[in-house]
Design a protein around this ligand. Structure first.
Ligand SMILES: [Zn+2]
Length: 491
């Protein structure tokens, strides 16, 4: 069996170099902290078997206890040093200092040094981060014999017996990690090496607990498994394929047999199963007001927010999607605006806005307004629309590629393209690639890099006579390219 050399203990470390600390902060809601620094890594190694890190099958692999105790070490707490792989949360045994502290030796961590308020707020944050998964964040030690994960939130790395290297900065946390789930182990978030910042403590806790349950470092600032700070300290496990790496993006992830990305959310869902559920975004429709009479072009304005960040906001009028605003990195933007087109038909405007977070949880807001007067018959509406309850509503598309059209909404492809040969329903293609279009179609360029699949039987253009078929065809295609305009008649 192929074996891999894998990180068995991975850490989050504070670094005091100002050069490294100058990462720009983009998220205005993130706590600003002069002590915040760039974390660097601490690693040691163990040989383990080949592991497929793509997903985790709870049924097949047994899952893990869903109890996570956040131990502030009141009065200090003592751990016995054991060999690698022998870590035991119930008996306060850790292998992290093995090699630096003799096996059987004892180490004692000082108690959480901040006010109870900081601990409580960190717990509240942690519960929000882990809300999508079936785990229970405990503030009291489970009864003897109950298997759990113990997330120590106290002490410093030095107290645990780890030699800190001044070049590497101060170690903020460390956990035993072998690319898959380790049940009943302690992880360490060194609270007393942190500033008094519950959101940063929450990040470190989530990061170290994540390591213990099989996650590796991610080069993406919106996820707790990152070292990056430029999108703030409040981070959530993302349902997204994100690149791996601590200080730089690595071509392949460490775990997962050559996989190039990690999806932390999917992995944790596999380990624990779904929890009570993350919340959908909050959404308030600000304009137009209910039953407002709107102008020829009118703004639709909403306030959308989500503690995880907004993924996208969609605007619909009379059931037709008219605009999508996409976000990234868990943006903290809140105001979202769409200004309608003048070609929007008069009549009742049934407006619907949908705000999504990265877990595809959606909140919807609706409002009814009036543009001009309510329609009374389909003749008052635009092409491919019918009058229904006073609103001009777009009919479903019916025309296949190559068919004649006058408006995008008629086309199954959503695209009606004009040319000197008339207007046809089209799909996009890349010119110059063999087989870019189906039989009976050719890819005509609309720009240097884009094209549309155009039916080859649309008239005289291709019926080339004379001495140079190739030259004539080329000229015809160029002519067509000049007059093709990809229109988005979205109303
Ligand atoms: Zn780490």
């Amino acid at each position: 069996m192929r074996t891999l050399i894998l990180v068995s203990a991975v850490a989050l470390v504070a670094f005091s170099s100002s050069a490294l600390a100058e990462t720009p902060r983009q998220n205005p809601t993130a706590p600003s902290d002069p002590n915040q620094s760039f974390p660097v890594g601490f690693q040691d190694f163990a040989e383990i078997g080949d592991l497929d890190h793509t997903t985790y099958d709870r049924e097949l692999n047994g899952g893990a206890s869903n109890l996570v105790w956040i131990n502030p070490c009141r009065g200090g707490c003592t751990f016995t040093v054991v060999n690698r792989g022998q870590d035991d949360a119930q008996n306060n045994e850790t292998s992290i200092p093995a090699g630096e502290v003799p096996i059987g030796g004892r180490v004692t961590l000082s108690e959480f040094r901040f006010e109870q308020d900081t601990y409580d707020t960190a717990i509240e944050c942690l519960r929000e981060v882990w809300r999508p998964y079936d785990i229970e964040i405990l503030t009291e030690e489970p009864a003897p014999g109950v298997i759990h994960h113990e997330a120590v939130l106290a002490g410093t790395a030095t107290e645990l017996g780890i030699q800190e290297n001044s070049d590497q900065g101060q170690i903020l946390g460390i956990a035993p990690s072998i690319c898959t789930v380790r049940d009943n182990v302690p992880s360490f978030s060194f609270a007393n090496a942190h500033p008094d910042n519950p959101i940063q403590l929450c990040w470190t806790l989530s990061h170290e607990i994540g390591h213990a349950f099989g996650l590796e470092h991610e080069f993406a600032c919106e996820d707790p498994m990152t070292y990056l700070t430029q999108c703030g300290f409040r981070k959530f496990f993302r349902d997204a394929e994100l690149p791996c790496g601590a200080f730089e993006q690595t071509p392949n992830c460490f775990c997962g047999g050559g996989k190039q990305t990690q999806n932390t959310h999917e992995w944790l869902l596999g380990v624990f199963g779904p929890g009570v559920g993350a919340r959908a975004p909050e959404l308030t429709l600000i304009s137009p007001a209910a039953d407002a009479v709107v102008d020829e072009r009118y703004p639709i304005l909403v306030d959308a927010s989500d503690i995880r960040g907004i993924d996208r906001v969609e605007f619909y009028i009379n059931d037709l999607l008219v605009s999508t605003v996409e976000e990234s990195n868990g943006s903290s933007d809140t105001g979202y605006l769409f200004i309608t087109s003048a070609s929007q038909s008069d009549g009742v405007q049934n407006i619907e806005v949908r705000a999504y977070n990265d877990l595809e949880l959606v909140t919807t807001a609706t409002v009814r307004a009036l543009k001009g007067s309510a329609c009374t018959s389909t003749s008052e509406c635009g092409v491919n629309e019918e009058c229904s309850d006073g609103a001009c509503t777009v009919l479903p598309p019916t025309i296949e590629d190559g068919g004649e059209c006058t408006i995008d909404t008629q086309c199954l492809s959503g695209e009606c393209t004009d040319s000197s040969q008339g207007s046809r329903c089209t799909t996009g293609c890349v010119p110059g690639i063999e087989g870019a279009c189906a039989d009976g179609f050719e890819c005509l360029p609309t720009s240097e890099v884009d094209g549309v699949c155009w039916p080859t039987d649309t008239g005289g253009g291709c019926s080339v006579t004379g001495n140079s078929r190739a030259a004539s065809l080329g000229a015809w295609m160029l002519g067509l390219a000049l007059v093709i305009a990809r229109r988005r008649r979205r109303r």
